[in-house]
Design a protein. Structure first.
Length: 180
């Protein structure tokens, strides 16, 4: 059994878990997440803890236990606290705005980039250069942040582009510095 899967998952206050055949539903103050459990695994609720076990005679790979535990733990964290990613726009004239259900980005192209915002996410723009993406689904928050960053990733010479707030962009010396 995976070492991670042996640890119990503690349920915070205000989080309710309903375990049924092949499904688990996690309800908290931020929302509800349903997760399917693969055959060969069972989730047991004991007081304010959840444990994941392998069914006798199951032929599942051991890595599945740790993966499923992580997915369930992320759902518990999502409905209680939530997840957040922050992107920074670096460059002259780069700005962001929210127009209805779309994120409007001015990134130095001849046209504006409009990205539809998924209904499960909350997107805010701070001072037109910081984009704050938050939601209860960790995978969806990360995927949307990566999609927005992919429109104009930071380039290595001046560092212009969209980057995560905590991301460090290593700058290269240009042609002028190389010739000396």
């Amino acid at each position: 059994m995976s070492r991670l899967a042996k640890k119990p998952m503690i349920l915070p206050k205000g989080v309710e878990v309903t375990v049924s055949e092949g499904k688990i539903q996690i309800k908290g103050p931020k929302g509800v997440i349903a997760h399917e459990i693969p055959q060969g695994l069972k989730v047991v609720k004991e007081a304010d803890q959840l444990m994941i076990h392998e069914v006798e005679g199951s032929t599942l790979d051991q890595a599945i236990l740790g993966l499923q535990r992580s997915l369930i733990q992320n759902a518990i964290t999502g409905v209680s606290v939530g997840f957040q990613k922050t992107l920074q726009l670096v460059g002259v004239g780069y700005r962001a705005a929210i127009k209805g259900s779309k994120l409007d980005l001015q990134l130095g192209f001849s046209h504006p980039c409009e990205v539809p915002i998924p209904s499960q996410l909350k997107v805010e723009v701070d001072k037109s250069v910081a984009i704050i993406i938050s939601g209860i689904d960790k995978q969806l928050v990360g995927h949307f942040a990566a999609a927005v960053r992919g429109l104009k990733p930071p380039e290595p010479y001046k560092g212009k582009g969209i980057r995560y707030t905590d991301e460090f962009v290593r700058k290269k010396a240009g042609k002028a510095a190389k010739g000396k």
